[in-house]
Design a protein around this ligand. Sequence first.
Ligand code: DHB
Length: 392
Amino acid sequence: TNTTVGIVGGGPAGLMLSHLLAIAGIPSVVVDNRTRLDIERTVRAGILEADSVRLLVDTGVSDRVHRDGVAHDGIDLRFGGASHRIAFKALIGESAWLYPQTDVFIDLADARARDGGDVRFGVTNTRVIDVTRDRPGILYDGGNGTAHEIRCDYLVGADGSRSICRLEVPESIRTHYFREYPFAWFGILTEAPKSATELVYNHSARGFALISQRTETLQRMYFQCDPSDRIDAWSDDRIWDELQTRVAGADGFSLNEGPITSKAVLPFRSFVAEPMRYGRLLLAGDAAHTVPPTGAKGLNLALADVRVLAELLERAILSKDDDALDEYGPRALERVWKAQHFSYWMTTMLHTLPSATDFDLRRQLGELSSVAGSVAGSTYLAEGYTGWPARS
Ligand code: DHB
């Protein structure tokens, strides 16, 4: 196959890029080694920034987010057993939206199918070649072991945190920035009514807990755990005891319990790969960066990457201005590092280090009450959470 842009990875980044390019009349082919069903069945985060919602609706992906998504005009920061609302809408006039990444993926995959996009799920043995030549290529095996080759003008690695495309950037010119944390998240789905109308980000000396939602009858919750914890060490009873203890306070707040239908220990780290461009290869989304989950920036950052990338590929291809792509790394990375800081800051402000001293815990309460009690502090949180506006 010959195309203009070859995209490795059919998650939200790859599909949104293909969609935006199609609007500009630029052909692309997307390959992914997972099946569509595999991707749909992976539980992911649930919060969209205001601009992510606008991107989905304004570019004609779907307006389902307006119907099935829920606008959240604030969050509760809970610490010392009391809730402190950060009122996004009142502070800055924006909201965040509860709309699971799985639904974003379904909307994008449906939109590509509706518009005749070439998206190939469930391929195997994907490799990329010739990324510094004129016509780089994607090689893969099809269903019955047949060899396939896609040649393109530009190759985009939107292939997630275990990216193969990222490895094409030679070690001599790449830098990988890392930060590991001495904790992880235990995530559950539970069949229970909502425990609160908005999300609760809860700090306690026993560790962080996040009370999120999916529907009226299905809820998503997370709690800080040890990265080496095994799922079977956490019975339903132990999970509810731990969650209830962490959120308890003088106001009597408690969680509505129900059967737990999903349990997983989630990876937790900060990572950035620079540069995001090498020759005709461009990296987008988790292939180029990972954030810790506190604040749900991952998907939003991936969508912000491809919004910039689509604009620059359009200039490179339609106006034959190859230099346009020099702007990609610097422009995308400005937001990436702001989001890295925001995710790191939310994480360290709310989690409890295993080695925390009494000084550390009291300092953290000082930080939380200075943020919650200050218009400047709350506004900073509101801007980061609902998303900094796109620069055009
Ligand atoms: C969810 C996940 C997050 O990491 C977050 O900050 C908020 C919500 C979620 O899965 O609902």
